[in-house]
Design a protein around this ligand. Structure first.
Ligand SMILES: [Zn+2]
Ligand SMILES: [Zn+2]
Ligand SMILES: [Zn+2]
Length: 253
């Protein structure tokens, strides 16, 4: 199984529009982060996690021509704003398979009424939405375990585990029962926004605390803000086994 990081930046991306900080002005390609998303190739299926506003650019950059399913973590724009650009992948009978919570499904219908039923506009994407709950589910060929995490005290979202890979973004609080679901993870992807605390995202120390509790062989940080500092400097301060992901990074599990 291989994961490709299509984007590793927070909601504004890095560089942030109009920002004059050294990270946003860095010439290092590792300091350029599109909105967070990943593509997992299990060997039999290619599964996209989140489809943000940079999706089109990500597909063009990495030359990915086929995707079999989308898992959505939550419906914030930085994770779902690229849905319309799924059009080239919507050739399947019945529409492109999307796995998401009931709340996310409602948001998709509200934002994109022209994709459904009588309002369907010619050539707009067609979706086959599978509503998931906390129980493990199967895409066409892949077993997936939802990982419920708290983005804010009122917003419960999903990370996902596929085999020995666990992928969590936009988590602020990790429930104890989800920590149990993470046991035995070989490669853990987890969000770390910046050094200072934040109301809806883990900071670096909070992410390290979860990594220390899970003890994966390898941990990769994502959903990174310009406030984390230069990639070249920030990666040197991380404990062994923890590294920042970067756009285009591929990791074999
Ligand atoms: Zn986000
Ligand atoms: Zn900046
Ligand atoms: Zn979010």
């Amino acid at each position: 199984m291989v994961i490709t990081f299509l984007g590793t930046g927070t909601s504004s991306g890095v560089p942030r529009v109009g920002c004059k900080c050294p990270v946003c002005h860095s010439a290092d390609s590792f300091d350029k982060r599109l909105r967070t998303s990943a593509l997992i190739d299990t060997g039999t299926e290619r599964i996209l996690i989140d489809c943000g506003p940079d999706f089109r650019q990500q597909m063009l950059s990495y030359g990915k021509s086929d995707i079999d399913a989308l898992l959505v973590t939550h419906s914030h724009y930085d994770h779902l704003g690229g849905l319309d650009d799924l059009r080239p992948f919507c050739h399947r009978n019945g529409g492109f398979p999307i796995y998401c919570s009931a709340d996310v499904s409602t948001d998709i219908h509200t934002r994109m009424p022209y994709c459904f039923g009588e309002l369907h506009y010619p050539n707009s994407p067609t979706f086959d939405i599978h509503i998931i709950d906390d129980n493990p589910f199967k895409t066409n060929r892949t077993e997936v375990i939802p990982l419920p995490v708290m983005h804010t005290p009122n917003l419960r979202i999903f990370g996902y585990r596929i085999g020995a890979l666990s992928y969590i973004t936009d988590c602020k609080e990790m429930p104890g029962h989800t920590l149990e679901l993470l046991r035995g993870t070989d490669t853990l992807v987890i969000n770390a926004l910046r050094h200072e605390e934040h109301p809806s995202h883990m900071n670096l120390q909070q992410a390290i605390d979860v990594i220390n509790a899970v003890k994966p062989r390898r941990a990769l940080l994502t959903h990174i803000s310009h406030q984390m500092g230069l990639h070249s400097e920030f990666r040197r301060m991380l404990p062994l086994g923890i590294e920042p992901a970067h756009d285009g990074l591929t990791v074999e599990i």
